[in-house]
Ligand binder design. Sequence first.
Ligand code: PEP
Ligand code: MN
Length: 263
Amino acid sequence: KANRYFHPEDTILNINGAKIGGGNFAIMAGPCSVETKDQIVHTAKAVKAAGAHFLRGGAFKPRTSPYSFQGLREEGLDLLKIAREETGLPIVTELMTIDTIDRFVEDVDVIQIGARNMQNFDLLKEVGKTDKPILLKRGMSATIEELLMAAEYIMSEGNENIVLCERGIRTFEKYTRNTLDLSAIPMIKKKSHLPVIVDPSHAAGLWWLVEPLAKAAMAVGADGLMIEVHHDPANAKCDGQQSIKPEKFQKLMGDLKNMANLF
Ligand code: PEP
Ligand code: MN
C-alpha cells in the first residue's frame, strides 16, 4: 500500500488545514519535551510567529537512561492542548505504549511513533486501526525497506495517513549523534507515495548543524522538517545541545522561504 508502483501520485495529508506532501512543505517545531506551561506556550507562540505549521513536544519520552527525565506524561498532553488552544497549531507528540492510545486519539493531532518503536509491530497495528495521521520515524538501525514495511503494518490495518521521517542512522561516525541519510529522501520518494520529512535535530545532535542539514533536506526534496526549538537550551530537560533558540529558528524559516523558490 505504501508502494508508489500501485499509487503513482503523491499522497497529500491535510491535517487541520496544514498540508504535507505533493509540494506542500510542512514545518513541525517545538521543544524535545514539554516541561512547563509557560515553556510550551511561549515556544508554541514563537514557532507559530516564525511560520511553523505544527507544534511538536514530547510528553512521554523514550530516554536511554531510566534516571533521566521521562516526560510529564498525561500532564504534558494537557499542556500541549493549552498550547494548541493559544496558537491554533496542531500538536505532534510521541505515543510509546498501546495503553495510552485512547487518550492520544482523543487529544493529539498527529501521533508520533519514535525511532525506538519503529518495529514495535503491535503498536504499529494498533495505530493502524485509528484514523489519526501518524508520523513514523526511521529506526536508528533500520533500512529504508524496513521503514517502508513498518508503514505497511500501519496501512495494512486501514490507516493510510502516514508521514515518514528520516532522523539519522547509526554509523561509525562519532562527531555527530547520528548520520543524516540524505539519500533516503529521494530513494523513499521513488519507492513510495507517502510524504517524507527530515529531523535534522536528532540526526545532528548539535544545534549549529541543524540549519545546514535543514537546508540540505529541502534541497533533496523532503516534504518538511521537524526541528527542536527551546528558549533556554542550556537548561532544557532533554536534548538542549541540539535545540535551537526561537530567534535562530525564525532566521532559518526566512532562509527556507527564500530557498523554496529554487525548488
Ligand atoms: C523525538 O522526536 O522526540 C525523538 C525521541 O526522536 P527519535 O525517536 O527520532 O529518537
Ligand atoms: Mn529530542
